[in-house]
Design a protein around this ligand. Structure first.
Ligand code: HEC
Length: 152
């Protein structure tokens, strides 16, 4: 009995995950464009993380390139949040537009802080990498907590 319930739960969870992925993939227009920019930001952050935190050898060129990609994506992303652009697929919260100054300020901080990280890496300033990475990722956390509703 217990196992049967467990199995049903697992199937239910799998189905939910699949349907979420489908809805997510169905995003179009400006919502898809900002998701793609966030994916670039996410991919590069993941690439840099183990190097910044000492779990992998520090490749300054890779860090500089990744942080530059984040900064460039961040500079484009504000224009991908036109007022009220919500959809079934989107994880954006409506308070983005009632608290736009804070939201756009966090985007600007992300662009600036990732540029600082890129600069530190270009200069080969090893001791600056972890603090710069921490400052940059602080923006992700703050913004996602306040302005993103995960649909998973
Ligand atoms: C100013 C706010 C803000 C900042 C800063 C921010 N994000 Fe996001 N992020 C969002 C919002 C809002 C969404 C949801 C967009 C949607 O679904 O319409 C999102 C979505 C994402 C996604 C999911 C993309 C997808 O596939 O739909 C990833 C990954 C992500 N962010 C990574 C990051 C990382 C990593 C950082 C920091 C380096 C970061 N974000 C900084 C607001 C932000």
């Amino acid at each position: 009995m217990f196992h049967k319930t467990l199995a049903l739960c697992t199937i239910g969870a799998t189905f939910l995950a699949l349907s979420t992925a489908y809805a997510h993939d169905g995003a179009t227009g400006v919502i898809k464009e900002r998701m793609d920019l966030m994916k670039i930001i996410g991919k590069n952050t993941k690439m840099i993380a183990p190097m910044a935190t000492g779990g992998a050898d520090l490749d300054m060129k890779a860090v500089a390139a990744g942080a530059t990609a984040i900064s460039q994506a961040a500079k484009q992303v504000a224009s991908k949040f036109p007022e009220g652009s919500l959809s079934e697929e989107s994880e954006a919260k409506p308070n983005i537009w009632t608290d736009w100054a804070k939201f756009s300020g966090l985007i600007e901080s992300l662009a600036a802080d990732s540029a600082v990280l890129a600069m530190s890496a270009s200069k080969g300033d090893e001791s600056a990498i972890l603090p710069a990475f921490g400052k940059m990722t602080g923006n992700c956390k703050t913004c996602h907590t306040e302005f993103r509703q995960k649909k998973k």
